[in-house]
Design a protein. Structure first.
Lengths: 126, 637
């Protein structure tokens, strides 16, 4: 099975690194990390990752606006997006799911099971 | 664990000190506030037990001084003052808990343990490192199931290493942490105790260097000891290897990026410094809220859970759009100062596989921006509630899915867990004007008709029988007469939500220590006071010390099985209605029938999910509480 490639969009460099470390160690997935929504939209169109992990709260273009751009672009609309967000209310989670994201993972996430969580949401096998 | 006892009552000291020492706490005792200050600002303590009335500097002043100077050590206030306002005064001065004299010694010891657990790196009372296991409740140490008899000092050393695994301790630090200031040991004493500890561990089959010497630095637990000897040096267990490798990566990344979190914290510090004199601008508030939010995300990811919790609390306080009250400003300052200390912790792996339960949500309807409601809100947030205030009936209706603008009722998950309606006017302390009052009353009626299980609390200056009856008929669940202390309102709120069950005492008996630890980790987000017990022979002794609100039992255990423990409890008049849940690997109906026949309230089969277990525990506690209230009501009728 070819290795999966996941695009991580988070303005926190430290969190990018932890996510990469988790996905690499747990599932040997490749990751591409970017720090802004704008850069994420560009990279997603170029690299065509298998999935995108997207932080919700980012300066300038936030996660929701980034998701909408990804969704509106024919080149990226088929890529599943999982939101990474700090503890949310049930209503907010429902809203996220309504706009069409593949799932929501709450921060702080368990680093040892992050890859399994992603795999479960996307129906991938590790 | 090192404890400072600041108490001038010699009789009480004579009672408390042996109890604390028996639990392996190292106790320093001083008899006045000034000496208390000298000690607490010189030595590192894990806990300060403080009397209120003290010569020279009283407990409240000392507490305030410690917090003002940035000391985050947990403080337990011990006093004969039992007025609610005094308690608030104590907590506002910075105390973490408050015990009124005369107190129950067993309860005090549990509260000390809970307080320490809250601030410790590893919150579990059951600590383990490979085959080494330390139960901080029963003070028992085992290696590969074999008991290890240790002296008090050896035990304290081992507990410190286990609570701060991966950390290297120099001999000087160990002297400061383990020996009291009245003793005058040298570094040679530390070496001698480490030797003794290693020898005793080795005698039970542990590797001789389980506590390894890091040359030039000190001592720590050996990481390789996590790996069972049988599989060394061949294939390592994947889980342990992954954990170790991952932790290394986490520590390296944190080192490289800690500066960013410090910069954010520094922003919050600068912001709180301007607070008492200056009102926060909207832009500044939003920026600070964003900083706290980012800090929570980062710290949580690196396993700095105390920092994560503090950042969340700061974020919540900054969510409110109205100006902060002086009490909220000082609360914010304390939180930010404490956060600074939390940033010094080392990253660790959090095994919290369950998402923490959502905080109870409360909607406050306050049309006149009444100061005591704001004070109440600050208290509620500190207690873990998610509180939102609305200033109009329309906004309240929208939040609860009522009115023409929202024809489809929202699903119950979108509702708050509780609604508080304030009928008091800010300046006059009278009831609201008639037209607006009528609209609010109508709102209460509609709300309780639509959501009949939603508790509605009303605070009103008119609480005579007629008005009470009117409010009850409209669906109000609790009517509080103004003036009423914010803490008293909060007490009623806590009672009206399931929040109260979260501090319940739960005792878990299972001879499998790994399983015990797993259950404790699963239940940890719900803040129960959990007492684990691996040896059923000690059940009765511990049970009578703790007096738990619920017992969770495994079935198959050596010497005494779970069924027998259940029978012992049910044969006692006092414990015939105590909730008992069985947790077993046996799924066969015969075992389950037997459990229920012996008086079990519930039966769960391993493996279990944390949320499922917590729900069933809460459910049982709620039923038991309701039954108790019914019994009390019929007894008084």
């Amino acid at each position: 099975m070819p290795t999966k490639c996941v695009l991580v969009i988070d303005d926190e460099e430290s969190i990018q690194k932890v996510v990469s470390l988790s996905l690499k160690m747990e599932a040997s997935w490749k990751t591409i990390t970017v720090s802004s929504g704008q850069e994420g939209i560009r990279q997603a169109a170029i690299c065509q990752p298998d999935a995108i992990l997207l932080d919700v709260m980012m300066p300038e273009i936030d996660g929701i606006a980034t998701f909408k751009s990804l969704h509106d672009n024919p080149k990226t609309q088929a890529i599943p997006v999982i939101l990474l967000t700090a503890k949310t209310r049930t209503s907010e989670k429902r809203l996220f799911q309504k706009i069409g994201v593949a799932g929501v993972i709450t921060k702080p996430f368990n680093p040892l099971t992050l890859a399994s969580q992603v795999a479960k949401l996307l129906d991938w096998s590790i | 664990m090192r404890v400072l006892l600041v108490e001038d009552d010699d009789a009480l000291v004579a009672l408390l000190t042996p109890q604390l020492t028996a639990q392996n706490y190292v106790v320093d005792r001083v008899a006045d506030g000034e000496t208390g200050w000298a000690y607490s600002s010189t030595f590192d303590y894990d806990l300060i037990i403080l009397d209120w009335m003290l010569p020279q500097l009283d407990g409240i002043q000392l507490c305030k001084r410690l917090r003002h100077e940035g000391f985050s050590v947990p403080i337990l206030l011990l006093t004969a003052r039992d007025q609610q306002t005094e308690k608030i005064k104590g907590l506002e001065a910075g105390a973490d808990d408050y015990v009124v004299k005369p107190f129950d010694l067993a309860e005090l010891m549990v509260r000390i343990r809970v307080l320490l657990r809250r601030t410790l790196t590893d919150s579990a009372p059951l600590l383990s490192w490979g085959d080494l296991c330390l139960d901080s409740v029963s003070c028992q140490v085992t290696y590969h199931g074999q008991p290890v008899a240790l002296t008090a000092k050896e035990y304290s050393l081992l507990e410190l290493f286990l609570r701060h695994s991966y950390q290297v301790f120099s001999a000087t630090t160990l002297l400061d942490r383990i020996w009291s200031s009245e003793e005058f040991p040298s570094e040679a004493t530390v070496r001698s105790h480490i030797r003794g500890l290693r020898r005793k561990l080795k005698a039970t089959g542990a590797p001789p260097d389980l506590i390894e010497t890091v040359h030039g630095l000190g001592y720590r637990l050996k990481i390789r000891a996590l790996i069972p000897a049988a599989v060394q040096p061949a294939a390592l267990p994947t889980h342990v290897e992954r954990q170790t490798r991952y932790l290394d990566g986490l520590i390296q990344t944190w080192k490289a990026h800690k500066g960013e979190s410090l910069a954010r914290w520094n922003y919050l510090v600068q912001m709180t410094r301007t607070l008492p004199t200056q009102r926060l601008g909207e832009q500044q508030r939003l920026q600070a809220q964003q900083m706290a939010h980012s800090l929570a995300g980062t710290l949580g990811t690196f396993g700095l859970m105390e920092g994560y919790r503090l950042s969340r609390q700061i974020e919540q306080l900054l969510q409110q759009e109205t100006a902060l009250l002086p009490t909220q400003c000082s609360q914010l300052q304390t939180l930010v100062t404490t956060l600074g200390h939390a940033l010094d912790e080392s990253p660790k792996l959090t095994d919290a596989v369950e998402e923490a339960p959502a905080s109870p949500r409360m909607l406050i309807i306050d049309l006149d921006n009444v100061p005591y409601i704001q004070q109440f809100m600050a208290l509620a947030i500190a207690q873990g509630f998610e509180a939102t205030t609305v200033a109009s009936v329309e906004a309240a209706a929208r939040s609860c899915g009522l009115g023409a603008s929202s024809p489809a009722p929202p699903p119950p998950t979108d509702l708050p867990d509780l609604v508080l309606v304030n009928l008091v006017v800010s300046k006059t302390d009278a009831v609201l004007d008639e037209p607006i009052l009528q609209r609010l009353l109508q709102f209460i009626t509609e709300l309780t008709q639509q959501w009949c299980e939603l508790p509605v609390l009303v605070v009103t200056p008119q609480a005579d029988f007629g008005n009470r009856l009117n409010l009850i008929r409209r669906g109000g669940a609790v009517i509080l007469e103004y003036p009423v202390a914010p803490a008293e309102v909060l007490e009623m709120v806590v009672q009206a939500t399931e929040h109260r069950y979260r501090l319940s005492k739960v005792m878990i008996v299972d001879d499998d220590t790994h399983h015990l630890q797993q259950v404790m980790q699963l239940l940890q987000p719900w803040n129960f006071q959990i007492t684990p017990l691996a040896n059923p022979q000690r059940f009765w002794l511990l049970f009578n010390q703790i007096l738990p609100d619920m017992v969770i039992l495994d079935i198959e255990m050596p010497h005494i099985n779970g069924f027998e423990l259940c029978q012992v409890l049910r044969s006692h008049p006092q414990w015939q209605h105590l909730p008992i849940i069985f947790l077993s690997i046996h799924a066969d109906p015969a075992k389950q029938d037997q459990a229920f026949a012996l008086g079990a309230d519930d039966y769960m089969t391993k493996p279990i999910q944390g949320q499922d277990l917590a729900r069933r525990v809460l459910n049982r506690l709620q039923r038991s509480h309701a039954a108790l209230r019914w019994q009390q009501a019929t007894a008084t009728a």
